[in-house]
Design a protein around this ligand. Structure first.
Ligand code: URA
Length: 208
């Protein structure tokens, strides 16, 4: 099932039966963006619009996410690969269960392996749980670099949360998210230009 390149993961997705979420969800929502991008964004799960269009982050949250990542100089089509921890829309838009996260985990693991990003942004607490394996308040971890599986990972606020907290004031969730994205942008630029404190030797990230 997974013996393919990241760009062809889409075409083999079809109907998934790995967990309960897929029962009510006609579409498997895999990804959008560039499967060769060095920056990967992982969200929670598709919503209604994502399910309809079979693309992640295309509703209101996605529009805000695109606006934020473009504001720090990323081209949403070319510089980023966007996916979710869970590929089917959970019934009634509820948060995916631990079982669903686990069932969908092989998808995500394969995507990470194939895309091989230098930096991953974990958008919201569910994505943090899916990757780092811990349930934490996002406020305690956002903006802090995590070294996971020899990759740099940064948890950031979910755009749905930002839509509910839209103040632009200094220190607001919106303004710290923008700072987190600038931090990601700068770090990625440094890694790509070889001026980062860490280097990639063969396929491992090593502290210098
Ligand atoms: N929220 C997510 O986490 N992912 C989507 O694709 C849409 C909304």
């Amino acid at each position: 099932m997974f013996n393919v390149g990241a760009d062809s993961l889409e075409t083999i997705s079809g109907k998934c039966e790995l967990c309960q979420a897929s029962a009510d969800s006609p579409n498997v929502v895999v990804s959008r963006g560039n499967p060769f991008a060095r920056f990967m964004i992982i969200g929670e799960a598709p919503g209604a619009k994502e399910n309809l269009l079979a693309l992640p982050f295309v509703g209101r949250s996605g529009q805000l996410l695109d606006k934020l990542i473009s504001s720090v100089g990323f081209d949403c089509d070319n510089d980023v690969y966007i996916t979710n921890a869970v590929k089917c829309r959970p019934p009634k838009n509820r948060r995916p269960t631990k079982k669903e996260l686990e069932a969908c985990r092989p998808w995500l693991a394969q995507q990470i392996l194939l895309v091989d990003p230098l930096i991953i942004a974990l958008v919201g607490a569910t994505a943090v749980e899916a990757i780092l394996g811990k349930k934490v308040a996002l406020t305690s971890i956002r903006g802090k670099w995590q070294n996971w599986d020899d990759r740099l990972v940064m948890p950031i606020f979910h755009p749905a949360y930002l839509l509910r907290n839209s103040s632009q004031e200094e220190g607001s969730p919106m303004s710290v998210t923008r700072k987190d994205l600038i931090n990601i942008r700068n770090r990625l630029d440094m890694m790509e230009s070889g001026t980062d404190m860490r280097v990639l030797t063969s396929d491992r990230l090593i502290e210098q």
